[in-house]
Design a protein around this ligand. Sequence first.
Ligand SMILES: Nc1ncnc2c1ncn2[C@@H]1O[C@H](COP(=O)(O)OP(=O)(O)OP(=O)(O)O)[C@@H](O)[C@H]1O
Ligand SMILES: [Mg+2]
Length: 160
Amino acid sequence: MQVNRRDRVQAETFNLAARLDELLENLCQVEQVSREVFELRVDPACKARFDRGHFEQVLWNLCRNALRYSQRLPCSVRLRALTSDDGTTVLDVSDDGTGVPGDAVQKLFEPFFTTEEGGTGLGLYIARELCEANGALIEYKRAIDGGACFRITFGSSDES
Ligand SMILES: Nc1ncnc2c1ncn2[C@@H]1O[C@H](COP(=O)(O)OP(=O)(O)OP(=O)(O)O)[C@@H](O)[C@H]1O
Ligand SMILES: [Mg+2]
């Protein structure tokens, strides 16, 4: 298992839509799933500041989780991002699965919490560590249709 260490953060500012598009292409090839399953609705002006490897690791896990629980229909997994007036960029990864049961919500980001046979239960734990190391916040909320939604709120994308 490759864990990108949080003490080696090489933050860069990048265009979110372009980076996500590339990531989805790769993921769909590896997972042998139609690109249609993912809906990418990201404001072309959205930028994020994050270590490239860390970003891929976080998104890869969120998208693979979402895919696993989704119905795998067109647009079953939705990636949406917006930058608000104060410059804060928020990315939501949501799916049309059954969501996370109430008693599991507080355990989601704990190390080794898994309901999957063969799962490590480290994906979300590492995602939270990496987000924190990159000045971002990751949280769970329920999607409107009852599925799961994971929200990343990025730190400032100023290069300073
Ligand atoms: N989109 C989702 N819908 C429903 N439950 C989820 C979703 N994402 C995560 N979970 C729950 O959170 C648990 C922990 O997820 P995490 O990514 O940390 O580990 P994992 O996916 O079980 O293992 P691994 O990442 O090694 O494959 C999952 O086992 C599942 O119970
Ligand atoms: Mg996982």
